[in-house]
Design a protein. Sequence first.
Length: 957
Amino acid sequence: MCLVNEIDYGTPASKSDRMVTLAIDGREVTVPEGTSIMRAAREAGIEVPKLCANDMVKAFGSCRLCLVEIDGRAGTPASCTTPVAEGLKVFTTTERVNAIRRGIMELYMSDHPADCPACAEGDCEMARMAEKVGLTEIRYGRDGENHVVPRIHGDVNPHFREPDLSNPYFAYDPAKCIVCSLCVRACAEVQGTFALTVEGRGFESRIAASMNTPFFDSECVSCGACVQACPTGALREKSVIEKGMPEWSAVTTCAYCGVGCSFKAEMRGEEVVRMVPYKDGKANHGHSCVKGRFAWGYTNHKDRILNPMIREKVTDPWREVTWEEAFAHIAKEFRRIQYQYGRGAIGGITSSRCTNEETYLVQKLVRQGFGNNNVDTCARVCHSPTGYGLRMTYGTSAGTQDFDSVDYSDVIVIIGANPTDAHPVFGSRIKKRIREGARLIVIDPRRTDLVRSPHVKADYHLALRPGTNVAVLTALAHVIVSEGLVNEAFVRERCDWDEFQDWASFVLQPENSPEAVEKVSGVPAEMIRAAARLYATGGNAAIYYGLGVTEHSQGSTAVMAIANLAMATGNIGRPGVGVNPLRGQNNVQGSCDMGSFPHEFPGYRHVSDDATRAIYEALWGVKLDSEPGLRIPNMLDAAVDGTFKGIYIQGEDILQSDPNTKHVAAGLAAMECVVVQDLFLNETANYAHVFLPGSTFLEKDGTFTNAERRINRVRKVMEPKSGYADWEVTQKLAQAMGLDWNYTHPSQIMDEIAATTPSFAGVSYELLDRVGSVQWPCNEKAPLGTPVMHVNGFVRGKGRFMRTAYVATDEKVGPRFPLLLTTGRILSQYNVGAQTRRTANSMWHPEDVLEIHPHDAEDRGIRDGDYVKLASRTGETTLRARITDRVAPGVVYTTFHHPATQANVVTTEYSDWATNCPEYKVTAVQVSPSNGPTDWQRDYREHTEKSRRIIYAEPAE
Ligand code: SF4
Ligand code: SF4
Ligand code: FES
């Protein structure tokens, strides 16, 4: 095992199509025009010394270490800032440049701590460069002016500054800084936050976080780009300082959001030392956010449950048992329940946090072992409308582009998504494209960072009233049709013309005009018109959307409205355009692909399809049910009705993540055998009879599929702490139930998936290990996958326009509940917080707060930071208020990361008409001053996470 080392080419790649040939140290090299001499040399295998350049940011030319000589040109130009030219003859190691380099390095080293641990441990590019240029002695000593020692000859050194240790994950030591500004440029160019600056002049220069505050209090978002860029150890991970340098590494995939960033897990033995974003990762190209980069400490958290546990009644204390006892108990209970109540009385829930292979096994267990289709997934509560809407219009249930496509977009539309918080690495990509000149339309009730942040400003922010997406999207279509902005050639060639005409006459109806929609949505008609014109005529236009579109009673209608807009304007089927759902969890796409829904086998094939059933019946040796099974809400309803009695929940906390907590609790409480498998005793486990320990992404092999349909490898870097990876647990359970499963590695599960699922036919671990990742469909027609879909035609044949009549949600504001609550994520936390709350990320977001507009706060006598009661017709909770005009009057907003808040106590049972995706984004509420937490919240806070138990519904006797 060794460290995965990536080459740094010194400057970014040029995108030019024109090629240039030159000679470097006698070697001929051909590269795209615009390439730097430094990069051309590296591509020819020649490493030019450098300090202030890397291939993630534009060259700056400050350190002068990279100079070269060029035949026929005077002087010694910097190779990082000098572009190649046809016929150049470049020399990188002449005596002259070698001598200059040694002199430069000597000056740098004279002001560098002699006892720098980073140098000693081999974590310092500067030390490596000193050796490379042949520096053997430093003639100037360290007694003169320097940044290194607090006192010189007993006097306070005016240049010395204390290290900044405020960030929980990295330290900044000014004494080691050479002011190369790589960190400043990485923060600006890669991350797009512009939090860092160079303060002072000349010898006084220092790196300062914005407003000269400590890193922790600054605008810094802790993405780690600065630490990664720093060549000196001035910025360094605290984990490396504490644990020492890594000994080996493996490339794996982040287990947080749907961007699916690739990381090198850098290890000492079985201990993670740091996670370094992988430049060859095709989703992130070497960038990361605070979650994937730093928030992995939960894997070792003391709260992890490492032994299976059983209890007869949920009021009993837990009893640790062996794995064998647990499997035998579950199998006996599930078989008893089926014997007593019928085959359909049990079911399973797959997890979008687990691998494709694990998800596949859970649905297989339900279909083959339970003999029914009662399997559903947490994707139900986020992106099921995407599946439905895109399948109806385009024929396939996935986003149309790869992330790189955004580099070709001229207009970017963000609807109901907050990428800089929820999909941060892609958020940075969007910001970069905006800085390059793309135009931006944001449709969101809240003023997200993309609406206005350093160097980014939306051209139009359509701050619509929650629940009116469909009205606004259809009004955009009204403008496009009524003003003759339809791409008729595209529509005639690629779409069903009759259906288009029907749709066009529908959108032209007066109730869909911007003026009419202004009344329901609050968005000025002129702004709707201007945004529609920009989308239709601004060049390549791409739509990205999130849960602010799907989690509505008309979620599926809104997805279809988006698909209609792209078809009508011809913005589909090439780079730079498309319809792109930003998936919430790491494997939402994969869990849907793997047949987690009660009506679909893997690959979105309906259970009633005889040919598909025949494939699995032949392989699994059982007769399969042709009737769709129960969705999660139906399972809970059936449990309350007494007909559904047992459930296997892998890696989900439905009590916290599903709407109407009391109803979920009532359903769980009515069951006789609830099996929960997770890393921690989650809220759902309060109602469990069996708890099975889960494994983290570091403890198993597998694959995740990200928002761009990219199948990425997850690689095991440590043994499962509980003894088994999640796929092994499901297999053992299946064996206990009498099934003949004998997988010895997840690659065999993928082979079965590929053999039975046309869109995965070409996928194998061998392929993924060879090419890195592929986007499905990956089969005979597309052996290396499909970055952009619907290029020459829609998957379903002709694109299908769908009518999208706006129907207001039944969730209405009124005198009792006059405000609309909408919810979302924050950068540092992730979903129900089970992982991120167990890391230092909680320092940024220790509790959920309620954003409320100053007018609404004033009307209620609420001050910033006050406790407020948030009440709806389903429940109430208490949290602190933050007064801000990010939300419009009449709208309040909160996150749902902390169980002590339980935002879903107030959300309702309304859901999408087509898929049952809950309407999280619209709840009528009242906000009033409060003295503090409610009783149940106080109980919660008083107990440790392991011992607490909140009762939302009494269990059945
Ligand atoms: S902290 Fe590191 S990257 Fe930033 S200027 Fe100093 S040496 Fe360069
Ligand atoms: S953007 Fe998403 S996938 Fe990437 S590091 Fe952050 S949480 Fe992980
Ligand atoms: S690397 Fe070229 S000037 Fe610093």
